[in-house]
Write a protein that binds this ligand. Structure first.
Ligand code: HEC
Length: 117
């Protein structure tokens, strides 16, 4: 199977597995509180990065997955990501976050952002 198809199937499986849905969102919440909130803030309280309220209206699962996994990689080809950096006056950029290399943890944060944030 082609690597992109394989990644897609893996992503869909992780994302839509109902048995782990609630605990996964709870894990996403904890990860967000421990790592992301430092820069992004919570709700409408902004810190050093864009407010993520309503992110699901701006970005889809595939984009969020690529961004969280490795912001530097998607920046090479994605115009939205490039514009995000160009329009950034925070003086700080989104780092590659070690825990977001883990497929399960990344999926849980994405679920949290899209459904509970
Ligand atoms: C060190 C600060 C920092 C941390 C920690 C951080 N981010 Fe970011 N994030 C940014 C900045 C700054 C941007 C804007 C783009 C840029 O300049 O890199 C951004 C952009 C984003 C975007 C795109 C926002 C939009 O409006 O399209 C998402 C989604 C995002 N971050 C999610 C997360 C998540 C989820 C975490 C935790 C796992 C996280 N970030 C941790 C600084 C951070």
């Amino acid at each position: 199977m082609h690597i992109i198809q394989l990644t897609f199937v893996l992503l869909i499986t992780l994302f839509f597995s109902p048995a782990t849905w609630a605990s996964s969102i709870a894990q996403g919440h904890d990860l967000f509180q421990n790592v992301c909130v430092y820069c992004h803030g919570m709700g409408d309280k902004q810190r050093f990065a864009p407010i993520l309220t309503g992110i699901g209206e701006r970005r889809d699962v595939t984009w969020l997955n690529a961004w969280l996994k490795n912001p530097g990689k998607i920046l090479k080809y994605d115009e939205y990501a490039q514009a995000l950096l160009d329009g950034n006056d925070y003086g700080i950029h989104m780092p590659q976050i070690p825990s977001m290399k883990d497929d399960d943890k990344r999926a849980s944060v994405i679920k949290y952002l899209l459904f509970k944030f």
